[in-house]
Design a protein. Structure first.
Length: 450
């Protein structure tokens, strides 16, 4: 960040069903108030492991041998164990040995904490393979067997695939994670954090149970969009919360909650961020956690928002602290908030996508909160144009891996792109267009002609 917090690790602290804890890393007063071309097989493998198959084929369903050590369906629900030995390219700073999952490097450095936060805290994340359920379910419980000395913490989050996209990540500890509609697949991630290299946590087992309970039918809502203050993240060479080493003029954003954090090389959670005049926009994946807070999903209503439920929906805690002295002017870690930031922008998004020269207010749309067909940008950053041809002016960019909502399509200039040669141009919000030649796949519905 240009003027940023000396933040700390995402404190994913959930109640645990089966856990041995000598202490916990609890944020101070957290509840005080109520790419270019898809260049490698590695990139493709990472996308297929952690994202749903956008075309309808079940490519992301894991090999049964990797789904867990024990599994089965009982009257109490479908139960399976997370395979802690699967540590791959989409995991961050974790290792498995002697029957335990641990931090690979428990020494707090800029290489093993979210780059947007800056605090002396080490963090590691294991992203489990996707589990295809035997039948639909809308609730997932986690039983975690772990050990965390004072200064360390462990936790589990889960998300579910609902056919048109992933739910947000939800904590699955003493209170099960409940989804408003049934899900057909479940993915879990295990988080370990520590402030002290000599007090690292370890995890012996994680067991998940999926079942179904009666829930009220959700009321359809429009995609959520709010005006928040944006800061430039910078931190080239640092590592994001999902394990990406930040490149010069990179294209992604950071939000102050893990609930909307995409696995590396995916855009499962994508934002549309625009200047307040609407003259420039970028579609960018959420790849980091911050600024200031790590448990502030401010775009959610109070019933869902993890902390600071008394704040208006859409107002970040950092903004309330900076402008109104909320929470004593402090963030969740007790630090004095120096700006009202609710989003961090990587350098490419900041300079090239929005053409910003300083921190500024922006309009952000949290695209996973909406529905409808989405196109995955497989080769970017891709120019967004005012019409269906390369002669039309550009109005921004769509980053590689961004999932962009498509309203309809028109015929225009023929373009030979990464995935096909076509005259199809997809119309996005605001009457803007991208060539279908650079869209790897479409999911979530059928796209009709305009």
């Amino acid at each position: 960040m240009a003027v940023g917090p000396g933040g700390t690790s995402s404190s994913l602290l959930v109640g645990l069903l089966t856990v041995t804890l000598a202490g916990a890393l609890t944020p101070a007063a957290a509840t005080a108030a109520p790419r270019a071309l898809d260049r490698s097989a590695l990139d493709r493998a990472a996308l297929e492991r952690s994202a749903p198959d956008r075309s309808g084929l079940d490519r992301s369903a894991p090999d049964p041998s990797r789904s867990g050590r024990q599994s089965g369906t009982t009257a109490a629900g479908e139960r399976w164990s997370v395979d802690l030995t699967v540590v791959g390219g989409d995991d961050v700073n974790v290792r498995f040995g002697a029957g335990l999952l641990r931090l690979a490097d428990p020494r707090p450095t800029r290489r093993n904490r979210p780059a947007a936060l800056h605090a002396p805290v080490a963090e590691g994340v294991l992203l489990a393979p996707v589990r295809t359920l035997a039948g639909p379910a809308n609730r997932v419980r986690a039983a975690l067997t772990a050990e965390a000395p004072t200064g360390a913490a462990v936790g589990v989050q889960v998300r579910g695939w609902q056919g048109t996209g992933w739910t947000e990540w939800r904590e699955a500890g003493t209170a099960p994670a409940a989804f408003d509609r049934p899900v057909s697949r479940v993915q879990a991630r295990v988080l370990l954090t520590t402030r002290d290299a000599l007090a690292a946590a370890s995890v012996r087992a994680v067991q998940l149970t999926a079942d179904t309970i009666a829930v009220a039918t959700p009321t359809p809502t429009a995609v959520r969009s709010y005006r928040v203050f944006a800061t430039r993240e910078g931190e080239v060479g640092g590592v994001t919360a999902n394990g990406r080493t930040i490149q010069p003029r990179d294209h992604f954003v950071a939000l102050p909650s893990r609930r909307g954090l995409s696995p590396i090389n995916t855009g499962d959670y994508t934002v549309r961020v625009c200047t307040t005049s609407g003259s420039r926009c970028e579609y960018a994946p959420v790849w980091d956690v911050g600024p200031w807070n790590t448990r502030d999903d401010y775009w959610n209503p109070a019933a869902v928002r993890e902390n600071w439920k008394d704040l208006p929906q859409g107002r970040p805690e950092a903004q309330a602290a900076y402008q109104y002295g909320y929470h004593g002017g402090k963030d969740q870690f007790g630090r004095t908030v120096l700006n009202p930031a609710g989003i961090d922008l990587a350098d490419g998004t900041f300079w090239d996508g929005l053409l910003l020269t300083d921190n500024a207010w922006v309009d952000v749309t949290y695209l996973w909160t909406g529905t409808g067909p989405r196109g995955v940008i497989g080769s970017g950053p891709l120019n967004i144009r005012t019409g269906p041809g390369t002669s039309y002016p550009t109005r921004g960019l769509a980053a590689t891996h961004a999932n962009v909502p498509i309203q309809c399509y028109v015929k225009g200039q023929t373009v030979a792109g990464t995935y096909r040669t076509t005259n199809r141009w997809n119309r996005l919000a605001g009457g803007q267009y991208v060539s279908h030649a650079y869209v790897s796949t479409v999911y979530g519905g059928t796209v009709s002609p305009c």
